[in-house]
Design a protein around this ligand. Structure first.
Ligand SMILES: Nc1ncnc2c1ncn2[C@@H]1O[C@H](COP(=O)(O)OP(=O)(O)OP(=O)(O)O)[C@@H](O)[C@H]1O
Length: 443
């Protein structure tokens, strides 16, 4: 039995805490689902008190695209709902296909709408199709949990609501007919060349002849998967804390089971907005981490990310993300400077680090990547060494060398991150010193 669309939608708004302070924007394609959604939201406005607007994305792919846009504009103007239309360029050469390219372009532009919640017309049958589509591609638990009815926004971005996620397609069409709503039909929705449509029109109906409530059951299974997947996220967050934060202490990390380490790294990838690395690559990274002694460096590509291990810590960073930009300043010895995806922190330390006066009196302090011909002497009794020698002695791997911060005081090298302070700038016992510390990845 299908839930009443109005009750289902109200329950989702309530669960999200929608109220008089909330700004909702209905993603309006002009199709029956989002037209019904707009109708329901307009009907619920008085009860919840939210501000409602609508946005349509014109992909320019169908000859009727302008007519769809005009239809959406008319629906909103008739109800006095503020309406915005966006035209997007859809990449025709996207390796994932035209449908996927259109979806990416659509979501990117909808993200720019100023609102608290973007509201979508996905329903229970969409949910079942999404689960099957992902299962056929070997998805993990998070993927199989498909869409959430309430997806809070991260870092000041709008959240996403899907008030019709528990409602079947038939109930939505019934609502549209009973309320005499008008909508457009997108003929690409019946085009079987698109994999999703094939699931909708051929595969799911075939399953439903054997299991009549398969769609509802699959959508229910998705809710179970989501619960389990949320628990795995909680486990990952707690494991990250136990491992010391975003830079994971390898000794603690590697005491966890393979499945837990993989869960933690996948979760970290998702937290930085990156696609989860493939299982095979993740397991190989793990094998290498376990094979290496705790101190052996690792730089292992995982899709858009790299898994790095260095001096007892393990972290993920975007490909090319460690490359820093030089910076220059005057005066303040105790500062914190961003460096690549990390930072350099300068702290006072009696008798250690760099002579404070040298920094205080400098006309220019600079953090740079290694200058050409760099040499340094770490102790009075030791000879001056080339950058390459210094790195080899300190066990710094080649991939790490281009990102080592080098502190120059009035153009002379005073300190190299991960290596040490030049003898000419070293603070004598009892003197006032400043210790620079390079943190390769900030939390
Ligand atoms: N052109 C559009 N403009 C605005 N909103 C749209 C547009 N197309 C789709 N939407 C919104 O997305 C919902 C889902 O649409 P549809 O099922 O066609 O997309 P999908 O590609 O399956 O889903 P998704 O975009 O979330 O991956 C619609 O009910 C509507 O709220």
């Amino acid at each position: 039995m299908s839930t009443s669309p109005l009750h289902a939608a109200a329950a989702v708004l309530e669960a999200a805490g929608v109220g008089a302070h909330s700004r909702l924007c209905c993603a309006l394609s002009g199709g029956v689902d989002s037209v019904v959604l707009l109708d329901l939201l307009a009907g619920l406005q008085a009860r919840f008190g939210f501000a409602l607007s609508a946005a349509h994305v014109n992909h320019g792919l169908n000859p009727a695209a302008s007519a769809w846009q005009a239809h959406c504009a008319a629906l909103c103007s008739h109800r006095g709902i503020p309406f915005a239309a966006f035209s997007v360029d859809v990449a025709r050469d996207d390796p994932e296909g035209l449908e996927s390219a259109a979806r990416k372009a659509r979501h990117a532009v909808l993200e720019s709408v100023a609102c608290d919640w973007l509201v979508f017309g996905h329903h229970r049958d969409d949910q079942a199709e999404t689960v099957l589509f992902r299962l056929f591609r070997g998805t993990g638990l998070r993927g199989a949990s498909a869409m959430a009815a309430v997806e809070p926004g991260a870092e000041g971005r709008a959240g996403r609501l899907r008030p019709l996620l528990g409602v079947g397609r038939a109930a939505i069409r019934d609502w549209a007919r009973v309320h005499a709503l008008t909508w457009v039909e997108d003929d690409s929705n019946t085009d079987r060349r698109f994999a999703r449509n094939d699931i909708r029109h051929r595969i799911l109906p075939a399953i439903e002849t054997a299991y009549p409530s398969a769609s509802a059951s699959i959508a229910r299974a998705a809710a179970h998967f989501r619960e389990a997947s949320d628990l795995l996220d909680e486990l990952a967050a707690s494991d990250e804390r136990a491992c010391g934060g975003r830079m994971l202490v390898s000794e603690v990390l590697l005491a966890l089971s393979d499945a837990r380490v993989a869960n933690l790294l996948r979760w970290q990838a998702r937290c930085c907005g990156m696609a989860a690395p493939s299982r095979a690559r993740l397991l190989e990274a793990l094998r290498q981490l376990r094979a290496a002694p705790a101190v052996r460096p690792l730089h292992f590509p995982l899709g858009d990310l790299v898994c790095c291990a260095y001096r007892g810590e393990v972290w993920l960073e975007p490909v090319g993300g460690g490359l820093p930009t030089p910076c220059h300043w005057v005066g303040a010895a105790e500062v914190e400077k961003p460096w690549g995806v990390g930072k350099v922190v300068f702290s006072p330390a009696p008798g250690r680090g760099i002579v404070r006066a040298a920094m205080d009196q400098a006309a220019k302090l600079s953090l740079v990547t290694r200058p050409v011909g760099l040499r340094m002497r770490l102790a009075p009794e030791r000879p001056s060494r080339t950058f390459k020698n210094l790195c080899q002695e300190a066990g710094i791997p080649a991939w790490m060398r281009e990102r080592l911060p080098v502190l120059e005081i009035d153009g002379r090298v005073a300190w190299i991150g991960g290596i040490g302070v030049d003898v000419a700038f070293a603070c004598p016992p009892g003197g006032e010193g400043v210790v620079p510390e390079w943190v390769p990845v900030s939390s």
